[in-house]
Design a protein around this ligand. Structure first.
Ligand SMILES: NC(=O)c1ccc[n+]([C@@H]2O[C@H](COP(=O)([O-])OP(=O)(O)OC[C@H]3O[C@@H](n4cnc5c(N)ncnc54)[C@H](OP(=O)(O)O)[C@@H]3O)[C@@H](O)[C@H]2O)c1
Length: 286
């Protein structure tokens, strides 16, 4: 199963869940039984899923609504599959649905060396975008530069000033998953009519703010999306995972599993994720 920052929000209660509940919204494995009427997967198929509406991937076996499952191509192993569904489909909707990135766009991406970050940066480059990443350390900077970012800033820098220098007056879109500590800074990086895609809260929830903040900075837009709204229909799940699998199989997006833990060590994996000690994807092995 894949580890995600959203697992931390569920564990701490930032995102309330109905109890009792398992934890975890991403995984891969082999189908051992199917219910009546299930036709798109069969016993023995290798499958992967993200299912934020059906938590409980931290498990050795589970019962899951078959609508979440997609078959893994032969060229993608289960560890990679588990590491990329939630994060990869997030990158897909961020770049192709929340805002449609086109060749030549400058984009700003926070946590660029993280799980979503490394995938989104590579995918954005594949679309022809010019990616400015933000990271928390020099080592992460090197990693982000090797995975699609053209420039990488440290979070200690004056981000709006540096972005305006690089992109000549601001970017059309900022992807901000850090939340509380970066929200206004991200608004200050946008060009007029630009869009802030605020898609996470690793530093805490964004505080309520006045709409005039958008007016005075150039008639800006803000959206606060979540993956499950982009894969409600089976055809969207298939479209997004099809594009993701294609890019991974062609080597255009590399899924970097930089940490693995035994499932019984999930608590330590959470501690390391929260302490910003991980990069790329993390997988828990049952
Ligand atoms: N809305 C959606 O649909 C959706 C879906 C998936 C993920 N997300 C969000 O996307 C973000 C990335 O998820 P992920 O699982 O791939 O995690 P991740 O990016 O691998 O880990 C989070 C990273 O955020 C950065 N960060 C900055 N300030 C932080 C702080 N105060 N505490 C902890 N981390 C901080 C750290 O990178 P640096 O050290 O480089 O700053 C850290 O490594 C999360 O906010 C998650 O909730 C949203």
């Amino acid at each position: 199963m894949g580890l995600n920052f959203i697992d931390v929000y569920h564990r701490t209660g930032l995102y309330p869940m109905a109890l009792p509940s398992g934890l975890g919204g991403e995984g891969a494995g082999v189908v051992v039984a199917v219910g009546p009427g299930v036709t798109h997967v069969r016993v023995g198929d290798r499958v992967a899923y993200t299912a934020s509406g059906a938590l409980g991937s931290y498990s050795e076996e589970r019962i899951l609504d078959a609508r979440w499952l997609v078959r893994l191509p032969d060229a993608i192993d289960e560890q990679t599959g588990a590491a990329m569904m939630l994060k990869g489909l997030t990158a897909w909707y961020l770049l192709k649905r929340s805002y449609t990135v086109v060749a030549g766009d400058w984009i700003l991406l926070h946590a660029a060396a993280g799980g979503v970050g490394l995938i989104a940066a590579q995918w954005a480059r594949e679309l022809g975008a010019r990616v400015i990443g933000v990271v928390g350390s020099a080592a992460k900077r090197e990693l982000a530069l090797a995975h699609g970012c053209e420039h990488v800033l440290l979070d200690s820098e004056d981000i709006p000033r540096r972005v305006r220098e690089l992109a000549g007056g601001g970017v059309p879109v900022v992807y901000d998953s850090v939340g509380r500590t970066t929200f206004f800074q991200s608004l200050d990086c946008l060009q007029p009519h630009g869009l802030l895609v605020s898609f996470g809260n690793s530093s805490g929830r964004v505080e309520p703010f006045g709409l005039h903040e958008l007016q005075t900075r150039g008639s800006l837009y803000v959206t606060r999306p979540t993956l499950q709204d982009f894969i409600r229909e089976r055809r969207d799940l298939e479209a997004g995972s099809g594009e993701l699998f294609d890019l991974v199989q062609r080597g255009r997006v590399r899924i970097e599993v930089n940490q693995t833990y035994a499932l019984r060590d999930a608590a330590q994996a959470h501690r390391n994720l929260e302490a910003r000690r991980t990069t790329g994807s993390t997988v828990l092995i049952p």
